[in-house]
Ligand binder design. Sequence first.
Ligand code: SF4
Length: 455
Amino acid sequence: MTAQPYAYRRQELVEPDWTRLPGWRAVTREQWESAQWQRVNCVKNVRQLRAVLGDTVDERFYADLADDQARLATMSMLLPPQMINMMVPHAVPDTESFYADPIRRYMLPVASDRHPVWPSHPYASRDSLHEHDMWVAEGLTHRYPTKVLAELLSTCPQYCGHCTRMDLVGNSTPAVDKLKLTMKPVDRYDAMITYLKAQPGVRDVVVSGGDVANVPWRNLESFLMRLLDIGTIRDIRLATKALAGLPQHWLQSDVVEGLERVARTAARRGVNLAIHTHVNHAQSLTPLVAKAAQTALEVGVRDVRNQGVLLRGVNATSEDLLDLCFALQGEAGILPYYFYMCDMIPNAEHWRVAVWQAQQLQHDIMGYLPGYATPRIVCDVPFVGKRWVHMITEYDRERGISYWTKNYRTSIEADDAAALERRYPFYDPIDTLPEAGQAWWLREAVTAGAGMLAE
Ligand code: SF4
């Protein structure tokens, strides 16, 4: 009999043994499960990583990492022990296995990962989605007609190498001087609430950042209760990668009790309260992550959903995506909802996939999961918004340019009569193009004479 392209087998979740790593040989379960211990012991630089891994990986790796931090990284290093423990989860790492690890590849990028000729696409930009341009109050992006994004703060408990909000989120790096939120948090939250009260057409608020796990719980609860007092708001989604990166945070008793109060109020008022998290590989799902998701559901959060990012070298195969989705859906109680194509930010070309590759992946994952748990792969097209990857109107495969249309105006297009007639381009990574297309971009770069190529 001919085998299926993908063979499902149930894999129960296992917490990798952290004592396999030299720096954590003496760490107890009580310490490991403490959010405070996790935060205090985050790895923020090469020296601290060396204290955890010791000589399990050789100097070549540490030098490669230091080189990336000094020249190319758009995000500073910040890794809770929980996230490091997901790398090479069931063996003592060595240099090769650590280099090859999918979590390492996006949470701890090194210079040799980046593309040597085209580290950035010529049209890559900071704030590639123009969220800042669409702020209607500081941190409040009004892009879609009925939905807003509220960035409460600009920090996270962990920093992902490919962060699409690299313009704002995290500490400045040698390559990127970050934008700063300037208002006091209390004034920023007031301005957001004032705007939303005056906009009855907005019914859906994504409460994000950064990561809401870094908002002191009392302040977050107060903001959520104020949102719930606005009768026109019917959906609230809390964005937190920490559910997977620092599940200990979401298991603290004050957070669980507070979440229950918010969920109860939301349920009474008929508002859909959900948590959206960001998991990119099945290795991230451990019993502690499942416990954090299940606890949120038990206290009344209506749904916990995953918005992963499709990343080359991390999860861009149908097998990796399906393994992840089955672990989310079957073991952790998290709905596989979206995979975003990686946005066109600087120094991200080695992670991005072409639109045709994303279409192929969408094709290849259909039919295995329950329909409602089959994720959509989406492209967030600048000035357009999320589109399913098959929704292109035209596609120049040689130059890797896809064209997209839209059916609503963003907040900066109220006076733009042609906004809905226009076609908006999106670009494939140049190294995925046929030779003629690569040569065309090379000529463009030479003609433009600007810093399109790596030095
Ligand atoms: S958790 Fe989200 S906002 Fe924070 S660094 Fe990662 S991608 Fe960016």
